[in-house]
Design a protein around this ligand. Sequence first.
Ligand SMILES: Cc1ncc(COP(=O)(O)O)c(C=O)c1O
Length: 355
Amino acid sequence: MSYTSRLTKAIIDLDALVKNYQYISKLASNSDTIAVIKADAYGHDASKVAQALSSEVNLLAVAFMDEALALRADGINTKVLVLEGPFKESDIELALENNFALMLHSNYQIDWLKSTSPEFSGELWLKLDTGMNRLGFQVEQVDKIMAQLSTQQIKNLVLCSHFATADQIDCNRPVEQLEKLKALVEKYGCKFSMANSAGILNWPESHGHYNRLGLALYGASPIGDSRKSRPLIPAMTLQANIIAIHTVKIGESVGYGNIWQAQRDTKLATVAIGYADGYPRNAKSGTPVYINGSLAPLVGRVSMDMITIDITDLKHTAIGDTVELWGKNLNIDIVAQNSDTINYELLTRVSKRVP
Ligand SMILES: Cc1ncc(COP(=O)(O)O)c(C=O)c1O
């Protein structure tokens, strides 16, 4: 979209993002911190983020091949780890041609590797299921897989696993998962990677040769407002503008479905953002937005392109004023909690029509 008259936008602060990267890298100074930029860098524009981090990072990570190739098409030359590995046999060749590190998690991928490139000289990652039960080889399968790989492949191998509950500091599961991975790392003398954002922040013992930094890079916290997450700076500010102001009488309802009735004569602002932009439809009445230095509550149901805000208690609010939905002045976690979701989902669902 080149012409735009609507002022709804997601403002991305790339300097904040670089500072977040530097802050987290320092917390894990013996690890190589990978920038996880899958899902268009959690809605922040993967190529722009990769560009901004180009002098900081050695390795980027995306979910699948198409995302990795899109980075190359945009001139990003940094090595890329493809977290879900090859989806097709031809992905192996493409990985070699494009300097992608491939994650292997299933036997069919090992078969493809052996048939396409028995002496695959690129970097390989082996995804191990240490307890999340989502993706990866079982720990008991590793001996057999090692026997199938050549010495060259084992030399370039990183053992990788993923925490299921790294955000829960009182939980023993991360310790158990880590023990399983570390036993294999000792046995095979390979490099390893375990920690995601919550792992880096909560579990220093999980810092590996590589850590995989996603959410915290974008200034959102996977572990609430703890001492360690407080220095993070939100990189995305989602904003829109007031396009109408009107008053409803006590007892009148607002928006679709009669879900909110005015308890007093109420001054309402209609704001040009809705669920088609990625603002969550299940945001409850009362979810705050930030206008001219104050918070004001959402009232009524979120529509496709608009929301309504109770501005009765705000002074000097006018058509055209900017409304922040989340960002530097309004923690995205508050919106997530009011919408029965998580900050990850809100960030990644900001839609393409929001410039
Ligand atoms: C395999 C893997 N590693 C790392 C990450 C980054 O996690 P986070 O965003 O919690 O840092 C993800 C994200 O879902 C992932 O799937």
